[in-house]
Ligand binder design. Structure first.
Ligand SMILES: [Zn+2]
Length: 421
């Protein structure tokens, strides 16, 4: 049996006044990727997390996974997300809006739709992956009740619960995970030692602690997360990469990085973290140009742009083997109400939708119904009225790919259905 020690990932935040020897970047860890924000407490940060970071773990390479064929390259996966905000000071209790900006970033990044894609150097453009993961804030909680996908817990811990076991347990001042088989749990909280985020790798750690943790100062793109270089939500993108088994581009051990791989064939071996950097064009640390704009580096948020096709394969393998429950979760389905009369139904013709959404409410009476179209991050995109029992067409040509919820209501009756474009 082969054991490998995982390292801590180090992020430098704020103005880099420290010159960091690359050797300082090889901190070891087990469960998570710590993106460390360097500052005055740099040494303290590692000292505080030594217990969590020095544990040996079994190596899990992509080769050990046996994809079950549940999802394929062409299938879009809708991943219900619950965000647990665990806060002490009111500043840490970030707004719903800030949380939505993070979901939006995830959807842009995992679908190759972000603004920075155009900056990818020519040699890597063919490797850009549309991972086809669509993240949505849960609309149904584990008990089947309606939810906005956000929990809020005030804790008495003022030092920061990020990176602690207690964060994952309500009894210890944090918040219990929602069933990790059905939801991607994201805890947003304060970290002591200026750590940016952590993630549980597939098959590692207790079930109740599966998920991602992100520093409230680096979550989303507004509110408390506006300080460059980690102000564009890429800490969470990076951590979710780990959650689906991606390694850093320099592989498991930067000491042998030019010879050791990250388990992905189309990400060239690299010996540079690009911490606090934003290169342009070709940059080298081994023999081939580095994919410095890949999300699994430490490059500035503004300069990250892509996952590779090989990374997508590895994430799909991890999903199929370790997190298959997410594929069939109903966490983003709208909760039906008992008001729905049996004779009423909302019928959609063609789903996934192409350039036109065609739908009809079947009802016993031809009354006027209200229409609301909601996108994946809860924004209302379209409002209207239409009579029952007639076919209607709504243009979807200009709409971005993703998940939508079509809601039709009339006099207390509520019908809804999920639509995919
Ligand atoms: Zn990392």
């Amino acid at each position: 049996m082969f054991y490998r020690i995982r390292k801590v990932s180090v992020h430098q935040l704020f103005v880099p006044t420290l010159s960091i020897s690359p050797k300082l970047l090889f901190m070891k860890k087990s469960l998570s990727c710590f993106t460390i924000v360097l500052g005055l407490s740099f040494a303290n940060a590692f000292a505080q997390h030594t217990g969590r970071c020095m544990v040996q773990k079994q190596n899990a390479s992509a080769n050990t996974y046996q994809p079950k064929g549940i999802i394929t390259d062409r299938a879009m996966v809708v991943i219900p997300v619950v965000v647990h905000v665990v806060w002490n000071s009111s500043e840490e209790n970030i707004s719903d809006e800030q949380i939505r900006t993070q979901i939006e970033v995830l959807n842009l990044d995992f679908n190759a739709e972000n603004e920075q894609i155009g900056n990818v150097p020519l040699i890597f453009q063919g490797a850009i992956a549309d991972v086809d993961f669509e993240f949505c804030l849960a609309s149904k909680d584990p008990e089947g009740n309606t939810t906005n996908g956000i929990t809020r817990t005030q804790t008495s811990n003022s030092l920061g619960m990020g990176g602690t076991t207690a964060l994952h347990y309500t009894e210890q001042g944090g918040h219990d995970a929602w069933n990790p088989d059905k939801y991607l749990n994201i805890w947003v909280t304060k970290f002591s030692g200026n750590i940016g985020g952590t993630a549980s790798f597939p098959g590692e750690g207790p079930t109740d602690e599966q998920g991602v943790e992100v520093n409230y100062k680096q979550f989303g793109t507004t509110g408390t997360a506006t300080a460059p270089p980690y102000h564009l939500g890429r800490t969470c993108t990076h951590e979710i990469g780990h959650y689906f088994n991606l390694e850093h581009l320099w592989g498991p051990n930067i000491n042998s990085c030019c010879n050791e791989d990250d388990g992905v064939s189309d990400t060239p071996n690299s010996c540079e973290t690009y911490i606090n950097q934003c290169p342009t064009g070709n940059a080298f640390s081994c023999t081939q140009p580095d994919m410095w704009m890949n999300f699994m580096n430490y490059t500035d948020d503004a300069c990250m742009a892509m996952f590779s096709k090989g990374q997508k394969e590895r994430m799909l393998a991890a999903m199929n083997s370790f997190r298959p429950g997410l594929l069939n979760s109903d966490g983003c389905e709208t909760v039906p109400t008992h008001e729905i009369a049996e004779q009423n139904s909302l019928e959609v013709f063609g789903n996934p939708v192409g350039n036109e959404l065609r739908f009809k409410v079947n009802a016993s009476r031809t009354a006027q119904w209200e229409l609301v179209l909601i996108n994946a991050i809860g924004q209302v995109e379209q409002l209207g009225q239409f009579p029952a029992n007639q076919l209607f067409t709504l243009s979807f040509q200009a709409k971005t790919s993703g998940i939508y919820t079509l809601v039709a209501s009339q006099n207390g009756r509520l019908l809804s259905t999920r639509i995919v474009k």
